[in-house]
Design a protein around this ligand. Structure first.
Ligand SMILES: [Zn+2]
Length: 332
C-alpha cells in the first residue's frame, strides 16, 4: 500500500477531499476504540489543536494511525450524509436502504464496520440542517428514525469552538478489533478484490445530483420555524412580569428545545452539548436535563449553552442580552 500511495498522490487528495470536512483540527482513535481530538500544550500552557496533514492520511491508510472524520466543516457545511447502523443485522439493513436509494437515483457507498456498517452518501454542499432533513426523510420512508440508525451530521450547526460528531475515516484499522473493513456492493460482495482498487472507486464517488437534492428537500418535512405561542398566555403575563418569567411562561421547554434538537414524543433526544450517542437529553414540563453531565435547567440555560455563552451572572449585561435575544425570538 505504501508505495502505491506514494505513486498516486492525486488519488490520496481525492480520497481526502471526499471524506474529510476540515483540516484545521482532527480526531484519532485510541486503543480502546474511542476517539479523541488531537491536541497539544503550547510552551505558554495554552491548549492548541494541531492541523491535519496529508501525512496523517497516509499513516491512516497504512494502518499506523486511525483517523476520525468530522462531518461538518467550520461553516456548518457538509458534502456527505452518513448512516451508521451498528445493530446485529445492520449491514443487511443498510444494504437494503442502499438498493432503494439506488432506485431513487441516490448513489451510496457501503462500508463494513466492527458491527454493522456505514453508508456514505456524497452530496453537493448542504447545510447541516439540510443534510439532516434529507437523512431523516430517507429513513422515515423505511419507517426508521435516527434512534434505529445513527445519522451524520448529528448537529444542525455547531456552537463556536465545537467540532461535532465524527465517523471513522474509511479504511482505518479499528484499533480494538485490529481489522480494516472494506466496502461492499449492493449484492454484498466486496466492491473490489484489492483494497487499492476499492480506494480508487470510493475516492471518485458518484454524488447525488442537485436535482435529486432539490426534490428531497421539497419532500422532506421542514423543521418547524414558528414557536407555538398561546396568545392568551402571553397577554396574561405581559406587563410588569420580569423578562425571564415572561420567556418561561411563553413557551414550553418541549416546543422551545425541539427547535434545536430532534425530540421524541416523550421529550428525549441527543444532547447537543456533548458527543451524545445515548439520548441523554430529557425535556420535562419545566425544563431539561442531560444525564451525561451537561446539567440543564430552564430554556434560558439551554439557550445560553446553545449560543456558547458561559458563566453568566444574573443581572450582568450579557444576561440582559440573552433575555433580549430570547424575547425577540419569541416575538414578546
Ligand atoms: Zn450532554
Amino acid at each position: 500500500m505504501s508505495r502505491f500511495l506514494e505513486a498516486n498522490p492525486e488519488l490520496l487528495s481525492r480520497f481526502a477531499q471526499a471524506y474529510l470536512a476540515r483540516w484545521d483540527t482532527y480526531p484519532y482513535q485510541l486503543p480502546d476504540g474511542a476517539y479523541t481530538r488531537a491536541q497539544s500544550i503550547r510552551f505558554d500552557g495554552a491548549k492548541v489543536y494541531p492541523p491535519l496533514t496529508m501525512a496523517h492520511v497516509v499513516h491512516h491508510l497504512r494502518g499506523e494511525q486511525t483517523l476520525g472524520a468530522y462531518i461538518l466543516d467550520a461553516n456548518n457545511i457538509t458534502t456527505r450524509i452518513v448512516l451508521d447502523d451498528d445493530s446485529e443485522q445492520g449491514l443487511d439493513r443498510l444494504r437494503e436502504l442502499a438498493q432503494d436509494f439506488h432506485r431513487q437515483g441516490i448513489p451510496s457507498y457501503l462500508e463494513r464496520s466492527s458491527r454493522g456498517g456505514h453508508l456514505w452518501i456524497h452530496t453537493p454542499p448542504l447545510s447541516g440542517m439540510e443534510a439532516r432533513r434529507i437523512g431523516i426523510h430517507l429513513l422515515s420512508a423505511h419507517h426508521l428514525t435516527t434512534k434505529d440508525i445513527e445519522l451524520y451530521p448529528k448537529q444542525n450547526s455547531l456552537q463556536p469552538g465545537q467540532v461535532g460528531s465524527l465517523v471513522r475515516l474509511p479504511f482505518g484499522k479499528h484499533l480494538k478489533t485490529g481489522r480494516i473493513y472494506g466496502f461492499i456492493d449492493l449484492d454484498g460482495h466486496d466492491l473490489a478484490e484489492r483494497r487499492r482498487d476499492q480506494l480508487a472507486i470510493v475516492s471518485a464517488p458518484k454524488r447525488v445530483s442537485q436535482g435529486v437534492i432539490d426534490q428531497l428537500l421539497a419532500a422532506a418535512p421542514a423543521v418547524k420555524q414558528t414557536f407555538h405561542l398561546d396568545p392568551k398566555e402571553v397577554k396574561r403575563y405581559a406587563g410588569d412580569v420580569p423578562p425571564d418569567v415572561k420567556i418561561k411562561r411563553a413557551i414550553s421547554p418541549y416546543d422551545f428545545i425541539s427547535q434545536y434538537v430532534d425530540l421524541d414524543p416523550t421529550g428525549k433526544g441527543l444532547c447537543p452539548f456533548h458527543d451524545d450517542h445515548r439520548y441523554s437529553l430529557k425535556v420535562y414540563e419545566d425544563g431539561w436535563h442531560c444525564f451525561a453531565g451537561c446539567e440543564g435547567n430552564t430554556i434560558i440555560d439551554f439557550y445560553i449553552q446553545w449560543k456558547g455563552y458561559s458563566s453568566l451572572k444574573l443581572a450582568s449585561d450579557d444576561w440582559k442580552t440573552v433575555l433580549l435575544e430570547m424575547l425577540k425570538l419569541l416575538g414578546l
